[in-house]
Every structure is written in structure tokens, then in C-alpha cells.
Design a protein around this ligand. Sequence first.
Ligand code: 5AD
Ligand code: FES
Length: 341
Amino acid sequence: MKLFNENYYDDETLKRWIEDDSLTDELNQKADKIRKEIYGDKVYVRGLIEFSNYCKNDCYYCGIRHSNKNVERYRLSKDQILECADLGYRLGYRTFVMQGGDDPFYNDDLMVDIISSIKKNHPDVAITLSMGEKSKESYKKFYDAGADRYLLRQETSDLEHYRKLHPENMILENRHKALFDLKEIGFQVGGGFMVDSPYQTTENIIKDLRFLEKLKPDMIGIGPFLTQKDTPFKDFHNGDFRKTLRLISILRILFPYALIPATTALGTINNLGREMGLKAGANVLMPNLSPTEVRENYQLYDNKICTGDEAAECKSCLENRVRNAGYEIVVDRGDVILRNN
Ligand code: 5AD
Ligand code: FES
């Protein structure tokens, strides 16, 4: 078996794979074979806790951007978050992903308190954070408190493209640096990007793949760009479903050991999107554990699925879907098999 990152493909090949729709099935099958050799039929589940939809940033694509006045904002208290974790634990989840907007309300002390409390209650779980760019000092405190993993999609690796997606106060270099800081501290790190975000070219995507080759992430999250009616990008088209499937496969081929989710965005653009994502090489699902009252309000894009379901319903729905697709859910922490440094 080839080791991580030994699979080099030139730009021309990648371009063809990204653009040629007729290659979709072939790429999906090739990727599924690779993930089967490494991870078998195993699909890892992560209980997702969307703990705040406040965000200080204003990314043009995102429904919870600061300037969107049509969002009913919420923050989960420490106790509410611990309750979500307890519920998730009872349902069998052994990884919790705490995802939120970039919300300074959750300062270092509060985060350290929450992280260490979850770890004290449930020493055998992994905690993944997904809460934006922070200082290296803050990340270190989170890590020392017991956080294991951090998701921070780079969104794009091209300066010009980055400027088209974000207002001026956001800086691509900071984001890339944050990812390397996280890695240096010891986190399992996840990068990623949206497929067909406005103004994205094939060359931009290839740059993202090259950036990921440098970063050597443990996790890679991608999903189609989906419009949100209150954002500056409301008139753009949704991302291409099959292109997203091809990119999942390309990621599996380039990064055989990576943990790659079949994302909610993929399940939103196509009813069988997550199942097809698994068949294209993905091996992670992230069912929602957030309290039902707040789910409607965490909408990065329109028509998000599962906003009305209880956590237990999400669990059984996903179990059925995974089984029907021919895979098997596992409930352990699901660490990456090979760390890459
Ligand atoms: N469509 C699809 N994905 C989105 N994200 C943010 N807004 C959208 C959208 N409109 C993605 C970003 C972010 C992740 C949490 O969700 O890539 O990093
Ligand atoms: Fe919140 Fe982009 S709008 S990080």
C-alpha cells in the first residue's frame, strides 16, 4: 500500500479528472476500492453540536455572516452543550464536533471549561473543534484542555479568489498559518473547500489540492457551494453534484488515509448525496446533535436537511442509509489510521 502523499498526479491529469463528467463513475470506483483497502466498509460517525450561530466575520457565501439581519441568533450555554454531549454519548457517539461561527463570546476560559468538562464526563471521546481562526495561544489552551482535532477549511488557496469570497479584513495567509499552527500543536487537522464556490476555476481547485498536499491534513471536508438567499452570492448557482463526487474521489486517491466526510451540503443537493459520497470514497458522517429548537437557525445555506429531526432520528436515519449503501457504522473514536507529519 502506498503511503500518504506518495500519489502524485500532474496538473493536466487533475484538470481532466475535475472537469470530465464522463469519468465520474470510474473515479468513484477507483476511490471506493482504495478506501476499502484501508478502512474496509467502516463509516465513522461524529455527533455535531452547532453551539453558536453568531459570527464576527462576513464571508460573502455564508448564511450566518455578521451582516445577515434575518438570522435569529443563539448561543448554547455550557450546560446545554454538556447535555448534547451526554445525549450523544448515550446514542453511541464517541466523537463530538463543536461547530460554531467565529464568536468571541466563547473566550479561552469558557472553551477550556467546556472542553475539559466534556472530557471529564466522557474520557473516551474525541473532541473536534470547528470555530474559526484563533491565536496559536488559544489553540494551545484548547489542546491542553483535551481537544483532539480541529476543522478549518482553507476555502481557497488562491489569493485573488480568496478576495472575491471574503471582505478585506479577512486574510488568506492567516488562515493557512492557523492550519499549520494547529498541526504543530498536535491537533489532527482538517482543511477543505467548497466545490463551485463563486468565481472558482479548475486552476483554483488544483491549487487547493496542492495546498492540502503540503498541509497533509488528517481530515478533508468538501461539499458543493449552495446559495443562501440573504447573502451577496444569492444569485449564483449551486455547485455541481457529480463534480463534488469526483472531487471526493480525487481526494481519496491523493490522500488514501484521510478521513473524508459525506457532508450535509452533499445530502442537501441530492437526496442520496451522502450515500453516493460514501460510494465515491468518503468514510465519515456527521449527524446533528444540536437541540431541535436551534437547528433551523444554523443555516449556512438554504434548504439544509435534518433541521426538524431529533438526534435519535438522525442517528437511525443515517444508520439505515449507511446500511443500504453497503457500509457499516462504527462507534469508536475513529482516529486517522496513519498520522502524517
Ligand atoms: N454553501 C456550502 N457550504 C458553505 N459553507 C459556508 N457557507 C456555505 C454555503 N453557502 C461551508 C464553508 C465552511 C463550512 C463550515 O461550511 O466551507 O467552512
Ligand atoms: Fe462566519 Fe465566514 S461568515 S466565518
